[in-house]
Design a protein around this ligand. Structure first.
Ligand code: GLU
Length: 303
């Protein structure tokens, strides 16, 4: 398969389109990102790499980090986690609060903000220095000590994260948060501020295509946990557009409001895109189109 040629064709076809979507503005620091950035990167299971455009430029991975915190939490709490968080698509935006009230503090899934806050709470209960542990975990997965939090993004979200504070307080009121609300929010904002390039992102997600082993061959989670996390990515990874992503692209994946998307084909490859302009559902407009073109041109989707 001529992967490099295919990535270049996709990049050339999309990079100058007039409709690039809107850069997220509700986190003030993200407003500063140049909407013309566009990178694609592919890592195959046999560790061949292909990339075009801004695939080596770090960006804010935001909600994509929720997959990594989930993987980390499952190491400690195992299936008990599913008593506190469900695994159903919400059909609503990531920061929607009504369901949380109706369903008495059990978030629909770990990728809406309320669910990710419960996962953050689990990590806080297990570590004295959760921010440090989580960063080390991600660096180890990626075998890359240069990955960092972006302090300015974390501070910017902390200053404006009223909906997340509301969700955290509701969780606390329902008894589904064991640590202090402000400590959980602080960890969550740092987690979301992780900064990675497309190359670092696909490398970090290698274990989800490789039965739980990272690119260095170390086991982090079991094949059964990979199955479950990939299933949640497929059904809940794209806000209320998960059906559309499965329909158009046909891969488990996760997006973030920084404009990144990572997707995996178990046993075959990890692919990542970055284009900061979002569609009205909060997913990267060009990223979704690029991945649809990739699985159509190669014929490699999980379906
Ligand atoms: N930190 C963002 C928030 O909580 C994450 C949103 C996202 O990427 O979906 O609003």
């Amino acid at each position: 398969m001529e992967y490099q040629r295919i990535l270049e064709e996709i990049h050339a076809a999309l990079k100058d389109v007039p409709q690039k979507g809107m850069v997220a503005s509700y986190i003030p620091e993200l407003r500063k990102i140049d909407a013309d950035r566009f990178g694609l990167y592919l890592l195959t299971l046999d560790k061949q790499e292909f990339g075009t455009g801004h695939f080596d430029t770090p960006f804010s991975i935001q909600s994509i980090s929720k997959v990594l915190s989930l993987a980390r939490a499952l190491e400690f709490v195992g299936t008990d986690l599913w008593e506190r968080v469900d695994v159903e698509p919400s059909g609503n935006p990531f920061n929607f609060l009504t369901l949380l009230e109706l369903e008495r503090g059990i978030p629909r899934n770990p990728f809406i903000n309320a669910g990710a806050l419960v996962v953050s709470d689990v990590l806080l209960s297990h570590f004295d220095n959760p921010k440090e542990d989580f960063l080390n975990y991600v660096r180890e997965l990626a075998q890359d000590g240069s990955i960092c939090y972006n302090e300015a993004v974390a501070a910017s979200e902390k200053a404006t994260g009223y909906r997340n504070a509301a969700a955290a307080n509701l969780l606390k009121a329902f008894g589904n948060m064991h640590n202090k609300v402000e400590d959980v929010l602080d960890f969550y904002f740092y987690q979301c501020s992780l900064s990675m390039s497309c190359r670092q992102l696909a490398t970090t997600f290698y274990m989800f295509a490789n039965s739980g082993k990272n690119a260095g061959g170390k086991t982090f989670i079991s094949p059964s946990q990979v199955k479950r996390i990939n299933a949640v990515m497929l059904t809940c990874g794209f806000y209320d557009e998960a059906g559309e992503f499965a329909f158009e692209v046909g891969l488990p994946g996760k997006s973030g409001v920084g404009g990144g998307i990572v997707a995996v084909h178990p046993g075959k490859y990890c692919i990542s895109t970055w284009a900061p302009g979002l569609n009205e559902k909060g997913n990267s407009l060009l990223g979704m189109q690029a991945l649809e073109m990739f699985t159509t041109k190669t014929g490699y989707s999980i379906f």
